[in-house]
Structure formats: C-alpha cells, structure tokens
Ligand binder design. Sequence first.
Ligand code: GDP
Length: 296
Amino acid sequence: MKGVLGGSLFARSLGSLFSRHPKLDEDLLDEVETALISADMGVPATTEVVERLRKRMKAREFADAGALLRALRNDLLAMLRPVAKPLEIDPAAKPFVILTVGVNGVGKTTTIGKLARRFQNEGHTLMLAAGDTFRAAAVAQLQAWGQRNGVPVIAQGQDADPASVAYDGLQQARARGVDVLIADTAGRLHTQQGLMAELGKIRRVLGKLEERAPHEVLMVIDGTTGQNALNQLRQFHAAVRVTGLVVTKLDGTAKGGVVFALAREFGLPIRFIGLGEKPEDLRVFDPEGFVDALLP
Ligand code: GDP
C-alpha cells in the first residue's frame, strides 16, 4: 500500500534528504522546508518547524545532519501526540450518539460503514440514521450497507428533515437499547448557510432528547484537499462544535502534511485515518507510525 504506510506521504521523502544532503547547512534546511510545503503542511506550520531547527542549528546543538533530522522527527511527533486521542464509547451513554459531518465526497458514508463494522467487532450493538436526505444515493448506500451487515437503518426518504431523522434515530435507538447510534448528515457545500443552520438544528434537537447528545461530532475530512480542509473545518467547527476528526484518503497521497496543519490550528482529536476503501483501512491514528512513514 502506498501512502502513509508506503512512505510516500511526503512528495519528497524526508528520509532520503540525508543521503542527498549529508551536510549540516542551510541547503539541508531549504530541502526540509520544500519537503514540508510540498506535502501540504502549510506555510505557518512549516515556518515554525524550520525556524526552530534553524535556531538550534545556529546554537550548534546538532553534531551532524542526522541529528537535525532526528530533531525534526521529534518535533513532528510532538505536534501530533496531543491530538492522538482515540474515540472511546462511554458505556453509560445508551446510545452513545455520533453525529458525522463533512462535505460531499470526503468519504463520510464509507467511513460510517467502516466505523459501524469496527464497533460491531468490539461487541457493540449499532443503529444508523440516514440523515443525508439531500442525496438519495446516500440514504440508499447506508440502507444497503445496513442490510448486508444486519444493522438497522432509520430513514425517512429523500428531502425529509434531517433533524427529524436524527431525532427518530435517537428515539428508536433508545427504545431498542442500542449501544451506538451513528447519524449521517448532508454535506452539500453550495448552500453553506443553510447547511450550517441545519447542522445546528440537528445538534439542538438531539440535545432536547438527551442532554449530552451528540456525544461525538465527528468531522470527516479528505486528506488530499490540502489547505482547503482547514477552511472546511473552520466553518463546521463554528456551526456545530466538532469534537473529533477522521482524515480519509491518506493512501496514495503525497499531501498528508495537512494533518500537521489541522493539529496546529485546531488541536482537535484525530480519531481515525482512512487508508483505503476496505473496512480494515480505517485505522486508529498513531503518530509514531505516521511520522515513521515520513522518515524511513
Ligand atoms: P461522501 O459523499 O462523503 O459520503 O463520500 P463516500 O463515502 O461516498 O466516498 C467517496 C469516495 O471516496 C468513494 O469512492 C469511496 O470509496 C472513497 N473513499 C472513502 N474513504 C477512502 C479512503 O480512505 N481512501 C480511498 N482511496 N478512498 C476512499
């Protein structure tokens, strides 16, 4: 597999910098900077990392280029460790309500299927609420998935009020004593304000039925969309208070650096990363594995 595990997450492998630039000098720092920028880490995060290294290089803290690259690895790890917080299902919340948000095409529906499978394997009972009522295919996709996997899917058809679907889902999940309810939402971007108002309403409606619901607002982000991902998160966070992230499509991309930019700007937990389309390709976010793939 390419991408995170194949070590091609950065367009220009940081690990190979050492062989190309064995000398500890400004050229090495330039190479590091280019690699981070081309991996879509973004200018603010890249500048911070490079400036820290430059200061330490000038203070003669590094014996050689290898020492600088080891410091870079530690720096990158330090950026990601605080956001590596797995999603924990609170058994006292019955159901534990996960509201999934994100723009169309990021892999939201696929991720819901993968998550449901994961929770099932962990022994939880599941229910899904097909709240992406704007897109008939999304409802059908969830229903088909539910049928294949023996998971009930609450739906009210196309153009139904998504808040009503979520409410219905929570009521039924409660009545049946289900452990986890995953509610889907629409992700159309062209009516931004309407979408944000709709998400706010879903949140309020769930909260009326169960004070602490949703227990998790999980935003799915396409890891290949670079700095655009930051804009999306800014908007959704303002509308619906995101509590966790899933970054998808990190397989076969050289743009995984966006994970650092997300961590730096928001500090929100990264719950999972998506490395492909199969259920097992949704992985708990592991900073060591992620950074080691960058610095083989
Ligand atoms: P939604 O519109 O956000 O619900 O997006 P979908 O779940 O329909 O996914 C859009 C496309 O992205 C589909 O072709 C998925 O198979 C694909 N996809 C989702 N997650 C991943 C991932 O981690 N890696 C890759 N390569 N493709 C993914």
